[in-house]
Design a protein around this ligand. Structure first.
Ligand code: ZN
Ligand code: ZN
Length: 383
């Protein structure tokens, strides 16, 4: 019964520096001290120290037994030292600042995985000018961080697009649009399909992302298409940002989502799920078949044929964890902003009747992603 444990070390979208994107992950059947995969590297030691003061037993399976038999709780430094590798979606500071501030302080060497253009920015940040030189593409260099490009890499024979990043864990990386560098160029982020090798079960994690309807270079539909045939049996958990509350205009998105846009994206996912299920019911179809390789005209024709199909209940069994909500510094809302935004998404999506569950992520939340026979579910425990 393989599964993942995740702790949201930081889940906000800034500007508060104590709660920036940082998620600690491990296989459920291992101890935290046996190795952690960090998804994003925003908040680091400071946030961890604060969390451990509030929740001293957060990593309780790893209490250290002292010689005289008493137990001592883990320190932030110890927990951070268990991180073996980082997986970073893009190189904005709220997703990588932990690399700079902590990499040289905690001993040992770690791998940073990501798309090449993201890691090139990390390399330039940690090159000895803005910050000491800490990162290199060459593992033989004696530096704390080794950069590893996930672009076009393959290690698993059964799916050339997945890359092993951690014992028993592989990742497929897909590019996303996240606003613009300038008038000509799109700024890229990434989505990760994080897979348990032994079971083939996975979850989907989005870095910062803008709506396809706004992007000059839309990529989200490709991600939804890749996920659709797996929902809910082998993929029932999605982490995705919703940085702003309802009412923000498109010219003020800066590469992010609002509840309205997130629901439009989930509507696109529901359509892809209906499409994938229609396809698997057709004669000569195969679940092994790679939908990414399907000719566009075939896909469009089938979509016309299934245009009247209802997407009611299409996302039943799917849990969507809302992350990266930007702080409400003006105090406009009585409730914490992440709950306000998740509630707005929930209200809008309930009208669609997709059957999807919307969950607000809070800092310090422990998320248990369970795989059960026939059915998988994720459960969460509040901080
Ligand atoms: Zn961000
Ligand atoms: Zn960003």
């Amino acid at each position: 019964m393989p599964s993942f444990d995740m702790i949201a070390l930081g889940c906000g979208g800034g500007p508060s520096e104590h709660n920036l994107s940082s998620y600690l992950l491990k296989p459920c059947d291992a101890h935290w001290s046996e190795g952690i995969l960090a998804l994003e590297a925003g908040s680091g030691i400071g946030a961890l120290d604060k969390l451990l003061r509030e929740q001293p037993t957060l990593f309780e399976s790893d209490q250290i037994q002292l010689n005289h038999g008493e137990s001592s709780l883990c320190t932030a430094m110890e927990v951070y030292s268990w991180i073996r590798c980082f997986l970073v979606s893009h190189a904005h500071l709220d997703h990588i600042s932990g690399l700079a501030f902590t990499a040289s302080t905690v001993g040992g060497r770690r791998t940073v995985f990501g798309l090449r253009r993201c890691l090139e920015i990390v390399e330039s940040l940690l090159s000895g000018q803005l910050w000491p030189r800490l990162a290199s593409w060459n593992a033989d260099d004696d530096l704390p961080l080794t950069l590893q490009d996930l672009t076009g890499r393959s290690r698993l024979a059964n799916d050339a697009k997945y890359h092993s990043v951690f014992p028993g864990v592989s990742v497929r990386t897909m590019p996303l649009s996240h606003g613009r560098v300038d008038e000509q160029r799109t700024y890229h982020s990434s989505a990760f399909f994080v897979s348990d090798d032994s079971s083939g079960r996975e979850f989907l994690f989005f870095g910062d992302v803008e709506p396809d309807s706004v992007a000059t270079e839309p990529h989200n539909r490709n991600v939804w298409r890749a996920a659709a045939s797996k929902i809910p049996n082998t993929l029932d958990t999605v982490f995705i940002e919703c940085s702003y509350p309802s009412g923000r205009t498109d010219d003020m998105l800066y590469g992010h989502l609002t509840p309205e846009h997130l629901v439009a994206e989930l509507t696109a996912l529901a359509a892809e799920v209906v499409d994938a299920r229609t396809r698997t019911r057709q004669p000569n179809s195969s679940q092994e078949w790679d939908s990414d390789q399907e000719p566009v005209h075939t896909r469009k024709r089938r979509r016309r044929e299934t245009a009247g199909s209802s997407s009611r209940g299409a996302l039943a069994g799917l849990k969507v964890y809302v992350i990266h909500c930007k702080d409400d510094l003006q105090g406009v809302y009585a409730e914490p902003i992440h709950r306000v935004i998740a509630s707005q998404v929930r209200t809008l999506v309930e009208e669609k009747d997709f059957g999807v569950e919307i969950i607000s992520v809070e800092q310090g939340m422990k998320i248990l992603i369970l795989y059960r026979i026939q059915r998988r579910s994720a459960e969460q425990f509040g901080p």
